[in-house]
Design a protein around this ligand. Structure first.
Ligand code: SF4
Length: 246
């Protein structure tokens, strides 16, 4: 008996599988493309006006922000303002956005009532880091992405763990994630920044190759994994905005 999945599957499952099929098609189509080609297609052809860049304005963020600004300086740039960033990150965000001429950088904050209810003393990160990331990153990002079809990330395969097999396009919940820098190495990021005269995050020179919130970010020794200073001493390796597979 032939079963027509297109008409028998629930609408939600159907749209999810359509999203996954679209992501797989794009990932195959752009599997050998460079970052500029991937970005141009995503921003100008596939998702025009329906795509945002999510940036932490961290140690490796400048290259992707520059690449995107070369295509469209008015693209929405989502910055998760957790309230726990280093002061250096906040000043770097303003400096870099200004230098690149980005016109729509959005500081996305956690819901104030939720913070009061769940983290009134500001110490949730010590008690339950996963809950803190959900409160300050995952939930605010989900709201901020309403109205977009896709978002751009700066994840790279060399970061290891679940990122080794990252594709250029992937389905994630109701969106497609675009990962134009998957094949970039740390050296390629540094070279791109140097050639384009991009400022470095001030904490990089102090031994921070990966930078998030101050309570959960520590310097890294020579030879350690680039993300070894994130949630040091715990099994946690991701904030949760990319899901378990990232
Ligand atoms: S990285 Fe740390 S401080 Fe920032 S949201 Fe997650 S647990 Fe909280």
């Amino acid at each position: 008996m032939n079963i027509n999945l297109a008409t028998t599957a629930p609408a939600e499952a159907r749209s999810e599988s359509e999203l996954e099929a679209r992501a797989r098609r794009l990932a195959m189509q752009y599997s050998c493309s460079d970052a500029q080609e991937i970005l141009r297609h995503a921003m100008e052809v596939e998702f025009p006006g329906r795509i945002a860049l999510v940036s932490s304005f961290g140690a490796e963020s400048a290259a992707l922000l520059h690449l995107v600004s070369e295509i469209d300086k008015s693209i929405p740039v989502i910055f998760l303002e957790t309230g726990k960033h280093f002061a250096q990150t906040l000043s770097y965000q303003r400096k870099l956005a200004n230098q690149l001429g980005l016109t729509d950088v959005r500081d996305i904050r956690p819901n104030a009532e939720d913070v009061e209810a769940q983290d009134a003393d500001g110490g949730l990160w010590k008690r339950d880091a996963d809950a803190c990331c959900t409160l300050r990153k995952v939930a605010p990002l989900a709201s901020a992405l309403d109205g977009f079809d896709a978002w751009i990330t700066g994840r790279k395969q060399f970061h290891g763990a679940g990122r080794i097999n990252l594709p250029a396009f992937e389905a994630a919940a109701a969106h497609i994630k675009v990962n134009p820098l998957i094949r970039w190495s740390s050296e390629a990021v540094a070279e791109y920044a140097a050639v384009n005269d991009l400022p470095a995050h001030p904490l990089v020179a102090q031994g921070y190759p990966s930078i998030g919130c101050w309570p959960c970010t520590h310097p890294v020794a020579a030879g350690e994994d680039v993300r070894a200073g994130r949630w040091r001493g715990s099994a946690k390796t991701e904030c949760g905005i990319h899901g378990a597979a990232s």
